[in-house]
Design a protein around this ligand. Structure first.
Ligand code: ZN
Ligand code: ZN
Length: 348
């Protein structure tokens, strides 16, 4: 058995938008159905920033240790845990402790379970060295997978992968990704291509080469193109079969209804500032459109998304940072100066 230190380092804030401090806190003990995971890497998600700023106050708690994209190694297993052993690699995702008996849980939509407890939201998250998690909620990470790359799959990766599944776009058909050059989009282009979809990437023109290199077939400048709607319809020969909206501005969201083809599916992932956009219902009725919202995914979606990374088909562009640099990363997020996924390295 590994000899554990007395305490562990954790990044804590006492109040929203208050100082982020590293403190020594106790290492929790796993209950019978839990495992203790030594967190080696934790992705920094935009949502962590919004939580810290207090923009999601109704769903979160303070004081809090943030973070919900953890990857590490199992250190201890509870007495009743059967399918995990010490040394296994485990992923920590956002939503956990689902009841597994409500209607969404039973239908494979555990992410919509009202009973969930969420790391980095309602309980201490992955910006600490050790964490307990119910064994059935942890994600298996294959032994040959790069752990730093595995961490962002727990939220960013599964979010965009699930949204692509929800778009119902089939191999050979076209999908538009708005905000394609960002963190989610950079993964989304690769997942979509691996799933056989033909990708139209929409973003700022400075992201053009980046999107094309990742596998987008077409790039549309969402700001300077004279008529984005007409351009997408022409490129896709009549309109895209599906759209995954990752942008959080209203205009690109409203444009999706115009360039999706008949019976197409639009999936909203990005959240605009006050959550509101203008929606004309007529295309939904006359053109048979479907609008869905999607947030993260269930445990099977996490495993599937992880498999693409384990096989080296989807690469996660990374920047490793220290725990004391998280506040700096938040500032860079606010300034729009993040080009890859920042991952806290806790492995030393
Ligand atoms: Zn997240
Ligand atoms: Zn449930």
């Amino acid at each position: 058995m590994v000899r554990l230190p007395e305490t562990q380092r954790a990044l804590i804030f006492d109040q929203y938008n208050g100082p982020l401090e590293i403190r020594n806190i106790p290492i929790p003990e796993p209950k019978d159905d839990e495992i203790l995971v030594r967190i080696l890497y934790s992705g920094i998600c935009h949502t962590d920033l919004h939580v810290w700023l207090g923009e999601m106050e109704s769903m979160t708690t303070a004081p809090l240790v943030g973070g919900h994209e953890g990857a590490g190694e199992v250190i201890e297993v509870g007495a009743k845990v059967r399918d995990w052993k010490v040394g296994d690699r485990a992923g920590i995702k956002l939503f956990n402790n689902h009841c597994l008996s409500c209607e969404p849980c039973k239908n494979g939509y555990e992410q919509n379970c009202k009973a969930s407890q969420n790391y980095g939201f309602t309980r201490g998250g992955t910006f600490q060295e050790y964490l307990v998690i119910r064994a059935i909620d942890a994600a298996k990470i294959p032994s040959h997978t790069n752990l730093a790359e595995a961490a962002p799959i727990m939220c960013a990766g599964v979010t965009v992968y699930k949204a692509l599944k929800q778009s119902e776009v089939k191999p050979g058909q076209t999908v538009v990704l708005t905000g394609a050059g960002g963190g989610l989009g950079s993964l989304g282009i690769q997942f979509a291509k691996a799933m056989g979809m033909r990708v139209v990437a929409i973003d700022n023109k400075i992201k053009k080469d980046h999107c094309l290199e990742l596998g987008a077939e077409w790039f549309v400048d969402g700001f300077d193109t004279e008529n984005v709607i007409k351009t997408v319809i022409e490129l896709t020969d009549g309109g895209a079969h599906g759209v995954v909206n990752l942008a959080s501005a209203k205009k690109p969201m409203e444009q999706t209804f115009e360039y999706v083809r008949e019976n197409g599916v639009i999936v909203f992932v990005g959240l605009p500032k006050d959550s509101k956009i203008t929606l004309d219902t007529s295309p939904f009725i006359f053109r048979g459109l479907t609008l869905k919202g999607s947030i993260v995914g269930n445990r099977a979606d996490v495993d599937e998304a992880m498999d693409f990374v384990a096989r080296g088909i989807v690469k996660v562009p990374l920047e490793k940072v220290k725990l004391e640099e998280v506040a700096e990363v938040y500032q860079r997020m606010l300034d729009g100066k993040i080009n890859s996924r920042c991952v806290v390295d806790l492995s030393f």
